[in-house]
Design a protein around this ligand. Structure first.
Ligand code: SF4
Ligand code: SF4
Length: 749
């Protein structure tokens, strides 16, 4: 039961609210029905208004205030009265006054409903207690390449201890195998010596007493939750255990398997090699033909070898054009008489790297042209002949070469590691059918101890789930570095192909995220996107039927299970999305400030007039995109139908079917769920929330059948913030559809 709260309501007349709504009438209705004091003010956000509320809080001992004014998305700090006062914001400005006919009966009813819903919510909300444990602020960095080294340095410089784990005997990653690296700063023209660059970084790591280095070491297991990750590492048969608060995964990339590029002569001709094999030659300072050891004088580069190709790697690996230019310059440095021919599909040297491109163009021994490779064959002297068509020269070109270098692409080191059956469907096809998984399915599922990188002891699998192409980001658009495992951040080429310079930048971003995480969880607060929220789900497990919906649907793997299937929450892994709450058929999951009781009571506060002329539509709008889009529509002067009642929700996934059933059985005529785009290119801030809501629509249809109601009464639509101009069309359109169906026959029951 919610503790008894002392609630007061404050209605603002500013920003046009007082001109559009009869606020005195609302005051009277609310005071009569809820017996709470209501005060009206000309501009609540001004110091006079804020002081009025503050004085009442101290003199009356208020524990909850309902501010009926502007959108909850603005002026958060102004209306923050400390942790002991619950603040409920009722959106009269954007939600009513700015979007509806002033002084109209329907506008007035809408405003009154919203204020009543706000009062009920304030009465039902409880004060959450943060989940405080003794947490660690140390950070684990997995991977000792440039990204891992940079992340370790930055974290240590910020005053946190780092455990740096590298599986190879030496730190340095791929750069250790290179002779030169690209320039990382102005004027972006001169190559850097890879060893000198790396040694400086390694020295910085080795000399920092905050960084503990483990080489030739693998992660045996990671269990626990942010702030309390217990890590077991193994090295030459011996094990060590330590506790960290967050993890940066910087495990880098692996080259695409060139044996799949037989069409470009790889595996067929000894003198066709990959850019990685060339790096080794350059490092050794010896440029000879693999077939006969003769010196190399003419080198042909074929760019996009297997890349931007649906049969191989569908994406651009970002760095190969630049790497080829770098290698061409290295060849010319080694032998000023050598000639280099570069055949590209498009030369992509983004940003200031255009300067570096110019530098290569200026070299008279480097010949560059756009073109498509028609064929590669060996002539009678054992030389390779590359035939290129569609060149910029307007004619086909034939080049005789001692060495052909294929610019093959980068795969994430996580590529091929699938964590759940869902991501590795039964049919045996990974999401991208044309790329063969690096770890076959049988191995992936059977050899857990051998093949995994992180070995997470999570119910939902031992590795970070990946997005398209095997990269472990959780959201392409909004949240770089975030993975679907709270407290674990990906940086560098494990999450996207990038240059050494960009790996350094990325490492800093992920390091900051990890630091934010350890600081937040130490205070029992969640991380992005509900940053700072201390409320976490409570499970009334006595009534749990072990249906496993919550454990399976939690997008962040926050819930483990005991042997019977009862959920075992890890509150610090939780991102407070409410998807488990939406999933639970027993309705036994609740937050202190987001519960079935609270939302059901708010629904009950909505007036349901009888008859046809005033239908009632409930809109559950995702607070991340859909609700802001409605606010944007308001700011831009758009109007929409006054029969809708909008309830912001954490995510569409947090909408329990019971809300829909309750609404319909009360006579609500239609229900619209507005959430983020789902599917492969999802924009849901909680990964799968809107998709799960869509799947749950099947259950909704059962409810509708049971109630003998038309299926069209409930609809789910995808809305992104930039869709704000469509808001009137969406809302008005749905109201019209409902009007055509006619009133809900349960009205008045
Ligand atoms: S609120 Fe979200 S993150 Fe937390 S346990 Fe439930 S589904 Fe998982
Ligand atoms: S969804 Fe509810 S009933 Fe099912 S396992 Fe989770 S807590 Fe138990």
């Amino acid at each position: 039961m919610a503790e008894e709260k002392k609630v007061a309501v404050y209605i603002c007349k500013g920003c046009g609210i007082g001109d559009a709504i009869d606020v005195e009438k609302i005051k009277e209705a609310v005071e009569n029905e809820y017996k709470v004091p209501v005060k009206i003010h000309d501009a609540l956000c001004g110091s006079d208004g804020v002081n009025l509320i503050k004085n009442d809080i101290s003199s009356e001992g208020l524990t909850a205030v309902v501010i009926a004014a502007c959108s909850p998305r603005v002026k958060k700090e102004v209306f923050d009265f400390g942790e002991n006062v619950f603040v409920e914001r009722v959106n009269l400005r954007e939600g009513v006054a700015w979007t509806h006919e002033p002084n109209d009966e329907n506008t007035q009813m809408m405003a009154e409903d919203y204020v009543k819903m706000g009062v009920v919510k304030a009465q039902k909300a409880e004060f959450p207690e943060p989940y405080i444990e003794e947490t660690s602020k140390d950070i684990l960095v997995v991977g000792g390449g440039v990204t891992g080294l940079t992340a370790a340095i930055e974290i240590a410089k910020a005053g946190y201890n780092v455990y740096l784990v590298e599986k190879e005997p030496e730190l340095g990653g791929w750069v250790r195998k290179f002779a030169k690296i690209l320039p990382g700063k102005q004027p972006y023209r001169e190559l850097k010596d890879a060893s000198a660059y790396l040694e400086e970084k390694v020295k910085e790591v080795e000399s920092n007493s905050r960084i503990k280095i483990y080489t030739s070491t693998k992660i045996k297991s990671i269990s626990g939750q942010p702030g309390m990750f217990d890590v077991i590492v193994s090295k030459n048969g011996s094990e060590e255990q330590f506790r960290v608060g967050a993890i940066v995964v910087a495990t880098g990339w692996k080259p695409y398997d060139a044996s799949k590029l037989e069409n470009l002569g790889y595996g067929k001709f000894a003198n066709v090699i990959t850019n990685i094999e060339l790096e080794q030659m350059l490092k050794e300072g010896k440029l000879t033909r693999p077939s006969d050891g003769k010196p190399v004088k003419n080198v042909a580069f074929i760019l996009c070898a297997g890349q931007r190709d649906p049969e191989h790697i569908p994406y651009c690996s970002t760095v190969c054009c630049l790497t080829s230019l770098k290698e061409a310059l290295c060849i010319r440095e080694l032998d000023k008489d050598a000639n280099v021919y570069i055949f590209y599909r498009d030369m992509r040297t983004v940003g200031i790297y255009e300067e570096f491109y110019k530098r290569a163009q200026e070299d008279e021994g480097i010949f560059l042209t756009k073109g498509e490779v028609k064929g590669i064959y060996e002539d009678e002297y054992g030389d390779l002949v590359v035939e290129v068509t569609n060149t910029l020269l307007g004619e086909d070109v034939k080049v005789r070469a001692d060495l052909v270098v294929l610019a093959t692409g980068m795969l994430s080191s996580m590529y091929g590691l699938y964590t759940t059956k869902e991501e590795y469907p039964e049919e045996g096809e990974p999401p991208y059918k044309h790329i063969k998984p690096a770890v076959p399915k049988e191995v992936a599922f059977a050899n857990k101890d051998k093949e995994w990188i992180l070995n997470l002891q999570y119910r939902q699998g031992p590795e970070l789930p990946t997005l398209r192409y095997g990269m472990p980001d959780s959201h392409y658009i909004c949240f770089p570095y975030e993975s679907r495992r709270t407290g674990i951040y990906a940086a560098g080429c494990v999450r996207a192909p990038m240059t050494v310079r960009d790996c350094e930048i990325d490492a800093r971003g992920a390091a900051l995220k990890a630091i934010q995480c350890v600081e937040l969880v130490a205070q029992g607060k969640t991380t992005f996107p509900r940053t700072g929220d201390i409320d976490y789900p409570n499970f009334f497990l006595q009534r749990c039927t072990q249906c496993k919906r919550c454990t399976e649907e939690c997008p962040f793997g926050a819930l483990d299970e005991d042997e019977k299937g009862t959920p075992q929450p890890n509150p610090l892994r939780c991102r407070r999305c409410g998807i488990c709450f939406g999933a639970c058929p027993e309705k036994i999951i609740s937050f202190k400030q987001y519960s079935v009781d609270m939302i059901s009571s708010m629904l009950k506060a909505v007036s349901v007039p009888e008859g046809e002329d005033k239908p009632r539509i409930i809109v559950f709008a995702c607070e991340n995109d859909a609700y802001p889009a409605i606010d944007m529509a308001a700011k831009n002067g758009l109007k929409f139908n006054p029969f809708v009642r909008i309830i912001p929700v954490r995510c569409l996934g947090s909408v329990n079917v019971v809300f829909i059933a309750d609404s319909l059985s009360r006579g609500i005529d239609g229900i619209l769920l507005l959430g983020c785009k789902f599917g492969e290119d999802y924009q849901c801030h909680f990964i799968r929330g809107s998709e799960l809501a869509n799947r749950r629509m099947e259950n909704v249809q059962e409810t509708l059948q049971r109630l003998f109601l038309e299926p069209e009464r409930v609809k789910l639509l995808e809305v992104e913030i930039s869709d704000w101009p469509k808001i009137p069309e969406i809302l008005d359109g749905f109201v019209e559809e409902i009007k055509k169906i006619g009133p809900n026959p349960y009205k008045g029951f």
